[in-house]
Design a protein around this ligand. Structure first.
Ligand code: ARG
Length: 592
């Protein structure tokens, strides 16, 4: 069954078309005054404008009155009233609302519209091997995970790729710093022909120490910087010992990142990085040269991508630096070739800090110029930053480092405090309580991030994020947990679910919100905008709360049939809330 909104929409369009107007002008929308009417149609105003131009009678209220009489007796419409200059306020019938609720109940996807499946790669996370994470990586993980789940919910084949940064100067820093500390390792002996050790010569702690150590020295000492540059160039040129070290660094970092991202509930299908496309670069460069796209410029190899109608200057793509080094553009382009060969995606969505917008614009243009992809297939969805109280990008520790573990711990502590304050969870054992606190902390963090329009900056405020009231993650968890507890109670008392029959206003309003989920998912996916899902789940939780206040379910006086109808409505709400929260990457506890 189609949505309530589209049924009303079709009815109104047909009537305006019969009156000789374009049907589009009669589009029905959710009203912005749901207290007066749930749906409205403003077609009469537009029609009056058109009629006037045609030199016909053009009073919008008269046109509205005609529409009302044409819609009289429509099986989906209980009543219509005309407001103000000619707005049509539409009230659907309870029967149609009930039918829609039952259809949603039977739909495993609770109203999400399946689309013809596309293959989509979501490139997110983007952490760098050894280089510390920053808030851009955190937001990319949270937003990217949600976009991946959103597109998956629509039925697409979606592949999440972490696309690690493991091919730049940071690798040269690590190699040369390790060479200073442990010069006797076989990796540094150019004459060594044997097999390198299987176990890594460094731990994650070593990497976290070596990188800042090297970059600090290199800042004040040009010779030290040269050593890092040379090591990078030798690595990229294929020096065996360095490649072997790189593999160790990557393995150690991936193991640590899997834990860090795992704690956040972020999972990647592919753990590829820049280094793994290195073998594709020579052929790619030859190809681009023979196409006449890549050209020498002052010793470097570039692709010009500026267009005459550009509003701002778009500098060329840098394929090779004068030193011959491979750059960020180069690896991103080679990754496009790899993806074409491996997944042949219809679409690639890059969830990366808005500050990199120019980088994406540049290499997208190069890929289009080379004929590999069409412009609509490559999308950069940027985002703003999460700031600390000082108004600067948030950090968890001195020295500008963001550690996911620290962040998760801060959120955990804030959640614990909230639990204690609100008197929740006192009866549970320590392990369950800890699990609840962790889920609250993560829900708080993710929801606070995702509810903003992507490009907005916002402030990290664990106290506000963890509040149980207001538009927060914990409020939504509480809503889900409350319904779970109603369903448990019903199961314990053997109350079964039955057909949904809507009789009360708050029940009907709840169904109107449930009805709009499909549209919310479609719009969120079209705009890569998880905040639209946040808005929906919040509205849904509020509508449930109003319904439940007015319409008791498990109270003694409730008639059996009414009870089983309301129970189904509660179950449907939980299902949709769960699907919505899952798209946001949020997991609700069983109780709290
Ligand atoms: N590693 C990069 C950084 O830290 C982000 C990678 C984003 N993805 C990409 N395909 N360029 O800035």
């Amino acid at each position: 069954m189609t949505t309530i909104l589209s049924r009303l929409d079709m009815a109104c369009r047909a009537v305006f078309e019969d009156m000789g107007f374009e049907p589009e002008i009669a589009a029905v929308r959710e009203s912005n005054r749901p207290d007066i009417a749930p749906f409205q149609c403003n077609g009469a105003m537009a029609a009056a404008g058109i009629a006037k131009k045609r030199g016909e009678a053009a009073n919008p209220r008269d046109i509205a009155a005609k529409a009302v009489s044409a819609l009289q007796g429509h099986p989906d419409i209980a009543h219509i009233d005309i407001a103000g200059p000619g707005f049509l306020n539409l009230h659907p019938t309870q029967d149609m609302t009930s039918a829609r609720a039952n259809a949603l109940f039977a739909d495993p996807k609770a109203g999400i519209v399946n689309l013809p499946p596309k293959t989509i790669i979501v490139d997110y996370g983007g952490a760098n091997v050894a280089k510390p994470m920053h808030v851009g990586h955190l937001r990319s993980a949270v937003i990217g995970e949600s976009i991946k789940r959103l597109l998956r919910a629509q039925g697409h084949k979606v592949i999440g790729d972490v696309h690690m940064g493991d091919w730049g100067l940071q690798m040269g820093h690590l190699i040369s710093e390790l060479a200073e500390e442990q010069p006797d390792l076989p990796y540094f002996d150019a004459a060594f022909k044997g097999n390198y050790p299987q176990t890594s010569p460094v731990t994650m702690e070593d990497l976290a120490r070596l990188y800042p150590q090297a970059s600090h020295k290199a800042k004040s000492n040009p010779d030290r910087m040269d050593a890092s540059r040379i090591a990078t160039a030798e690595l990229q040129a294929g020096r065996r010992g360095y490649r072997a070290l790189l593999d160790h660094f990557i393995a150690v970092s991936v193991a640590a990142l899997k834990v860090g991202y795992g704690d956040l509930g972020v999972e990647f299908d592919l753990w590829k990085g820049e280094a793994c496309v290195d073998p594709l670069i020579p052929d790619m460069i030859e190809g681009l040269k023979s196409q006449g796209i890549a050209e020498e410029d002052d010793g470097a190899l570039i692709i010009r991508v500026a267009k005459p109608d550009d509003k701002k200057e778009i500098p060329p793509v840098m394929l090779l630096a004068r030193s011959g080094a491979v750059l960020y553009h180069t690896t991103d382009l080679a990754t496009l070739i790899d993806r074409k060969a491996e997944q042949d995606p219809d679409l690639i969505v890059y969830v990366v800090d808005e500050r990199q917008a120019l980088h994406f614009e540049q290499f997208f243009r190069a890929a289009v110029k080379a004929g590999w992809y069409s412009p609509e297939q490559l999308i950069h969805t940027g985002f703003g930053t999460m700031n600390g109280k000082d108004g600067k990008p948030f950090k968890t520790r001195e020295g500008g480092v963001l550690r996911l573990e620290d962040l998760v711990e801060i959120m955990n502590d804030a959640a614990e405090k909230r639990l204690t304050e609100s008197g929740f969870g006192t009866e549970f054992d320590a392990a369950e309580r800890a699990d609840i606190a962790k889920k609250i902390g993560l829900a708080a963090l993710k929801f606070a991030d995702l509810q903003n329009q992507r490009l907005t900056n916002y402030m990290f405020d664990p106290e506000r994020f963890t509040a149980f009231e207001g538009k927060t993650g914990p409020y939504l968890l509480y809503a889900a947990v409350r319904i779970k507890s109603i369903l448990r109670k019903a199961a314990a008392q053997n109350v079964s679910m039955g057909d949904i029959t809507i009789t009360e206003a708050t029940e009907q309003q709840l169904v109107f919100v449930l009805d709009s989920f499909g549209k919310a998912v479609t719009q969120a996916a079209e705009k890569f905008a998880p905040h639209i899902i946040c808005d929906h789940v919040y509205r849904l939780a509020q509508a449930f709360s109003r319904f439940y206040t007015e319409c008791p379910i498990m109270a003694d006086e409730v008639d059996a049939q009414v009870q089983s109808s309301r129970l189904s409505l509660a179950k449907l709400t939980l299902k949709q809330l769960g699907l919505g929260l899952d798209i946001l990457g949020i997991d609700a506890p069983e109780r709290m």
